[in-house]
Design a protein around this ligand. Structure first.
Ligand code: NAP
Length: 297
């Protein structure tokens, strides 16, 4: 019997593990893919108090190592179900625990176009810092208008020959400091008021088709397409017992309590106003503290 099972090894989950292990609790962290979560995709983190600048990869690795040094058990298994008795079922095992912290974060939103899934790893990517290096001196496009898309375009402009930055509206929601940098880059071409309507290619990505607000179409021949159109939750597996809002995020009372006693939520998976590293680690520390306080009630 564990004291706390934490589902997800991103910043929220690992921070919860850090607090729980420092309180000497028996902890298991379950992670479906790799540690770090979405922050792994950030080329630079410069808004985390006390750290002037760090890559997302280095930040996540430091946190992971910090938790591992506390002898925290971390298993790479996919959780498929939990129940009200706090049994946790994975693709490999079944565990019992006094408390659960859900820290499953969010996943990249898809364009939901034909060929998109088929061409992942063959030109289509959701992570510029992971895959950008495959496109040295090639032609790539970034789709999106938030900070991720702007950062990706800047990052890729130092690797690729040409970067198209495609956004569906006439203004970006990302920060001005990135836009200033983009405007100074000679190899970034901005295409506004346009949606990608088709992704073409059989063995690998060959081209994309765009349609603008005047219904005019154009085809761009590109080698890489980086889709950066935001995130969405991955909480479907909890919907049998946990209350989700209409967008699939977990409803939480006073931050981290879900509708089920002794099951908590931390980080991007929950309904919140700001999804950032700072708020994820804050949630992780509060969820662990609450779980420790309430586990014997
Ligand atoms: P985001 O801010 O939600 O932006 C998503 C963008 O994708 C929006 O411009 C949106 O267009 C567009 N979009 C959504 N669905 C689309 C669709 N189906 N087709 C085409 N375009 C679509 O997501 P994000 O850029 O991943 O950022 C997430 C959060 O992380 C934000 O709070 C961001 O500030 C933060 N972040 C911070 C940093 C940093 O501080 N260094 C870096 C990266 C991200 P509309 O604008 O028209 O809605």
């Amino acid at each position: 019997m564990y004291d706390i099972i934490i589902i997800g090894a991103g910043p929220a989950g690992l921070t919860a593990a850090l607090y729980a292990r420092r309180a000497n609790k028996k902890v298991l962290v379950l992670e479906a893919s790799s540690y770090g979560g979405q922050i792994l995709n950030a080329s630079k983190v410069e808004n985390y108090p006390g750290i002037e600048s760090i890559s997302g990869f280095d930040y996540a690795t430091n946190l992971y190592n910090q938790v591992k040094k506390l002898d925290c058990e971390i298993k790479f298994e996919t959780v498929v179900k939990i129940d009200e008795e706090r049994n946790v079922y994975t693709n490999k095992n079944e565990y019992k625990t006094k408390t659960i912290i859900i820290a499953t974060g969010s996943k990249s939103r898809k364009l939901k176009l034909e060929n998109e899934g088929k061409l992942i790893g063959k030109g289509v990517s959701y992570c510029a810092t992971c895959d950008g290096n495959f496109f040295k001196n090639k032609i790539v496009a970034v789709n999106g208008g938030g900070n991720t898309a702007l950062e990706d375009a800047i990052y890729l402009s130092d690797i690729a020959k040409k970067v198209y930055l495609i956004h569906r509206r006439d203004e970006f929601r990302g920060e001005n400091k990135y836009l200033t940098e983009i405007n100074n880059k000679k190899n970034i071409e901005i295409i506004l008021n346009s949606n990608i309507i088709k992704i073409n290619g059989e063995e690998k990505l060959e081209s994309i088709e765009l349609e603008n607000s005047n219904n005019e179409k154009q085809t761009l021949e590109i080698d890489g397409l980086f889709i950066a159109i935001g995130q969405e939750p991955k909480n479907e597996i909890f919907s049998n017992i946990i209350k989700l809002n209409d967008k699939g995020y977990i409803e939480s009372e006073d931050g981290v309590h879900t509708n089920i006693k002794k099951i908590y939520v931390a980080g991007d998976a929950r309904v919140k106003t700001l999804r950032q590293l700072t708020t994820a680690v804050s949630d992780g520390s509060i969820a662990a503290t609450m779980a420790i306080k309430e586990m014997e009630d």
